[in-house]
Ligand binder design. Structure first.
Ligand SMILES: *[C@@H]1O[C@H](CO)[C@@H](O)[C@H](O)[C@H]1NC(C)=O
Ligand SMILES: *[C@@H]1O[C@H](CO)[C@@H](O)[C@H](O)[C@H]1NC(C)=O
Length: 172
């Protein structure tokens, strides 16, 4: 009687693996979608659980399991929903994606790959532009929730430090 149970457990286990790998494969297709639009797959993390692309407006909306952080050149924050107008080589009118610059989180407005052979990707934050190496974005990353504590803690530390100095300065 041991054998039937063994197979039941084995098939149950295989079923479980299939079951959990389906959302992962579904999440993978947004990375293919990015590639099909001349953008690197790693622009969005593996944490994308679903997405939809409005074929009329070109608006791509990616839903993440949770807001999270990934490190490319600097830290990038992905909100639960990342939305942008997808075109070939570009994501414009972005919402939900910020890049850390000198301890400030700047919302990224546009991401462009004008010429893939140049090997660079442009992050436009309105107040600043940044050219990054395309190779940083080759593979989707597992982003972490922990970065939040680190980033916010650091910002708090610095702003409190500056605040204290300012109070000290004004108090004199
Ligand atoms: C998205 O971009 C296309 C092409 O640049 C433009 O025609 C369209 O109006 C844009 N849609 C939105 C919602 O911004
Ligand atoms: C993330 O998105 C939510 C809902 O749209 C918004 O309320 C929140 O301010 C966003 N967080 C950041 C850090 O941009």
């Amino acid at each position: 009687m041991a054998k039937p149970y063994f197979f039941q457990i084995l098939f149950g286990f295989l079923g479980f693996i299939l079951f959990i790998s389906v959302p992962a494969a579904g999440g993978g297709s947004i990375h293919e979608l990015l590639r099909d639009h001349g953008l690197p797959a790693g622009l969005l993390p593996t944490a994308v659980s679903s997405y939809n692309l409005d074929l009329e407006t070109g608006v791509l909306e990616a839903h993440l399991d949770r807001p999270c952080y990934a490190k490319y050149d600097g830290m990038v924050f992905f909100n639960e929903t990342v939305r942008g107008n997808l075109s070939y080589g570009g994501l414009r009118g972005l919402v939900g994606l910020s890049q850390e610059e000198l301890f400030l989180w700047l919302p990224v407005k546009e991401i462009l790959v004008a010429d893939p052979s140049s090997g660079v990707i442009l992050f436009d934050m309105g107040v600043a532009h940044k050219q990054l190496s395309l190779s940083l974005f080759e593979n989707p990353q597992d982003c972490s929730v922990g970065g939040e504590k680190f980033g916010k803690g650091l910002i708090r530390m610095i702003s409190e430090g500056i605040g204290r100095k300012l109070i000290g300065f004004l108090g004199e």
